[in-house]
Ligand binder design. Sequence first.
Ligand code: ADP
Ligand SMILES: N[C@@H](CCOP(=O)(O)O)C(=O)O
Length: 328
Amino acid sequence: MAVYTHVSDEALAAFLAEYDLGNALSFKGIAEGVENSNYFLETSKGRFILTLFEKRVKADDLPFFIGVKQHLAAKGYPCPEPIMGKDGKALRTLEGRDAVITSFLEGLSPRRPNVVQCRGLGEGLARMHVALADFGMTRENALGPASWPRLWEGRAANADALLHGLAGRIESDIAAIAKADPDSLPLPRGTIHADLFPDNAFFLGDDFSGAIDFYFACTDALAYDLAVCLNAWAFEDGAAGEAAGLQFNFSKGAALIAGYESVRPLEPAEREALPILARGAALRFFLTRLVDWTDTPEGALVRPKNPLEYAGRLSFHRKVTSAAGYGG
Ligand SMILES: Nc1ncnc2c1ncn2[C@@H]1O[C@H](COP(=O)(O)OP(=O)(O)O)[C@@H](O)[C@H]1O
Ligand SMILES: N[C@@H](CCOP(=O)(O)O)C(=O)O
C-alpha cells in the first residue's frame, strides 16, 4: 500500500489551479509501490500521476530525477513526463510534501517476464542509455560499494537468523567486491536507472512500452544497469531459501543481453566486468532488503521484500567467471 499522505479535496483543487490541466474528474490512491504516495488523476486534459515524495527521497535529488525524465521525454523515450505548472515549474508542494504531476504511461508490468519481454527490456534499457548520453546533470550512486559497509553494520546476526552461516558469505562478498573495486574499472559511465525491475517496466503485450520510477537514477557504469536487470529479470522462483528453487534462465539472460547489444554493443571491458557487477548488484539489493526486513515494524503498511531472494542470486554469481555465464 503506497499512499502515506492523504490529499484533501480543497488542497487538490488549489494545487490543480496552479496548472493548466482543468479540474479533477477522478482521483484515486495507487496501492502499488513502496517509496512514495502515488495517485491516479484524471482531468479534462487527460490522465496523469500525482506523486508526493516521502522521507526516503532527498529533496536535493529531485531536480536530477525530474531532469532525467524531462530529457528522456523530450527525446521521445517512453517515460512519465513531468508536467509544468503555469509558472513553468514541475516541482511544487502539496500537503507539506514535495510533489509532481507526470503523464500517465500505458502498459502493464509483467508478473513473470517471458524471453521476448526480456529482449524488449534489454533494448529499452540500451535506448535509455543512448538517449541520456548527452544529459548534463550528475548524481552519485548513493547505494554503490562505498555505502555497503554502512548498510551491513550491525546486521550480521539478522542475516544469520534468516539463514545459518549467511553472514560470513555476505562479508566475503563485500570484501571480494571491495578488492575488485568496480568503480575504478575503465567502463563507459553515464546516467543509469539503477532499479529497472519488472514492476518498473511497462509492456503492451510483449512490446516494451516504457519505464517508470527513476528515483534511484544516478551516474554510474552503464553495464551495472544491465547487471541489475540480469538479477531482476533472468532468475526464477527464489523465495524459499538462499538457493532453494532458484534458477537462472539462460534464455532470458541471453535475450536481455542480445536486446541490449542490438542498440548499444558492449565493450570488451564491460563483458569482462559483468560477473563482478552482477554480484555487486545482487549485494546492493540484498543489503537494502535486509535493512528494510529488520527495520520494518510488524503490521506496517508496506511488506518488506525477502532478502533471501538476493542471497540466492549471490550464490549463483560467486561461480560465474565470464559474460557467457549469463548467456552473453
Ligand atoms: N507514469 C505512470 N503511468 C502509469 N502508472 C504509473 C506511473 N507512475 C506510477 N504508476 C503506478 O504507480 C505504481 C507505483 O509507482 P512507483 O513509481 O513504482 O512507486 P514507488 O516509487 O513508491 O515505488 C506503479 O506500479 C504504477 O502502477
Ligand atoms: N526494486 C527494489 C525495491 C525498490 O522498490 P520500487 O517499488 O521503488 O521499485 C527491490 O526489489 O529490492
